[in-house]
Design a protein around this ligand. Structure first.
Ligand SMILES: *Cc1c(COP(=O)(O)O)cnc(C)c1O
Ligand SMILES: [Zn+2]
Length: 406
């Protein structure tokens, strides 16, 4: 297995044991806890100047801070996305500057590609031939694409509420699509049953690239913070508002900001804010109640599929990141979220998906609550392209038109 110089092992977030990534692939062998790639940053020799001389062509340009070297990567040149200034949004929020990190410009249209390139590289280095996961939709599509790239088979379990694009493209990439009735958790049950069944049989080789089951997805997504800080001229933004489902990217970005600070590349940590929809807000509820772990959300009533995650297993890590960075959590209604998507499209010309629009409306709400200062720099994560959610956005437009006629 090809690993990078500073990657010293997989740390269990529960029992704190350190495991060898060569032999440990998923979960702590001692206690079953989640694993986090650990780096000895003393072994990393990186300066701002050295990074700036590299082409801004892929997230793998930060390879010293990733588990695997770029030459080993199963890559579609993901990442290296633009950070677009949004002056109208800054005016509306009464802050110094607002930027949209436009992850819609990734190979399969979402930031899930950053997680899958890292997880699929691990799978490939471990000699896997078949991968499996359940997903709300985008991760499944992304996994099918990266599996195709690696010459592997992908088994993708999605809930029936997943979008047409995500289901269709999973199959276009050659993935084995299994649609479960219900929510992401129901797709998770079918995935788990298939994995258990296969443990003895012909599915023994199924290698999971599921959220926080593979230790590598959040480490791939963390590069969003590396890029953002570099794109701001090595200035740490005051706030990052993140549409939160499983919290993979939020946990990763917080980790990345700490890495950059420890390496002396930037100062301070951005306040991380989890934005959710009122119809599924387990993290916001836990934050407001001051608990260390969420309680599963029962009745999901939101059209924002990517964050319709009722039972995010990593909530203790998410809540810790919010507290440690002096951030927060906010939930807004679907109406406010979809209005925000349309407002961004009309005032800034940028296309945000229904799910990431929760970060935009969440930021409006935070601004209204006085959470931001007048000189603050606020970064909104556009985790997925607007065209992934055309139906939801157009339907909302239709409803508004009908209302205005009444
Ligand atoms: C998966 C997804 C999210 C949530 O991501 P996490 O990192 O798991 O919280 C947000 N937006 C989109 C478009 C997604 O596909
Ligand atoms: Zn453990």
């Amino acid at each position: 297995m090809r690993t990078t110089e500073a990657f010293v092992g997989l740390r269990c977030v529960d029992c704190e044991a350190l495991h060898d990534p060569e032999t440990t692939t998923h979960g702590c062998p001692d206690c079953g806890g989640m694993l986090d790639p650990e780096y000895d940053l003393d072994r990393v020799d990186l300066t701002r100047e050295a990074i700036e001389t590299r082409r801004f062509d892929s997230m793998w340009r930060y390879e010293e801070l990733l588990p695997f070297p770029r030459e080993a990567a199963v890559s579609l040149d993901e990442g290296a996305t633009p950070l677009v200034e949004c002056p109208t949004l800054a005016d509306r929020m009464g802050v110094g500057a607002v930027y949209l990190k436009d992850e819609g410009r990734n190979p399969t249209g979402t930031f899930k590609d950053r997680g899958q390139t890292a997880a699929m590289t691990a799978a490939s280095e471990h000699g896997a031939r078949e991968i499996a996961l359940n997903s709300a939709g985008n991760a499944g599509q992304s996994a099918a694409a990266y599996a195709a790239r690696a010459g592997m088979d992908a088994h993708v379990f999605l809930p029936d509420r997943a979008g047409f694009t995500q289901k269709a493209m999973t199959e276009v990439h050659g993935g084995d699509l299994r649609v479960a009735k219900g929510e992401i958790t129901d797709a998770g049950s079918e995935y788990a049953a298939a994995m258990a069944e296969g443990a003895e049989g012909d599915r023994a080789g199924w290698y999971s690239t599921k959220t926080f089951v593979t230790p590598y997805r959040h480490d791939g997504k963390k590069t969003m913070a590396h890029e953002t800080i570099e794109q701001l001229g090595w200035e740490t933004p005051d706030a990052v508002v993140y549409p939160t489902g499983g919290g993979v990217g939020l946990v990763g970005m917080h980790k990345a900001a700490k890495e950059f600070e420890e390496l002396g590349l930037s100062e301070g940590l951005p306040g991380m804010y989890a934005a959710q929809a009122e119809g599924c807000a387990p993290v916001v509820r836990a934050w407001e109640e001051g608990t260390e772990v969420h309680e599963a959300w029962i009745d999901i009533t939101t059209a924002c599929n990517g964050i319709a995650v009722p039972d995010p297993g990593a909530s203790p890590l998410i809540l810790e990141a919010l507290a440690e960075s002096d951030g927060g959590a906010v939930a807004t209604s679907d109406r406010a979220i979809l209005d925000a998507a349309i407002e961004v499209a009309r005032t800034e010309g940028l296309e945000v998906g229904a799910t990431p629009a929760a970060a935009v409306s969440g930021a409006f709400e935070l601004a209204e609550r006085g959470e931001f200062g007048p000189d603050d720099t606020v970064v909104l994560l556009n985790t997925g392209a607007g065209n992934k959610d055309v139906d939801t956005l157009r339907a909302h437009l239709g409803e508004r038109e009908e209302e205005s006629r009444d």
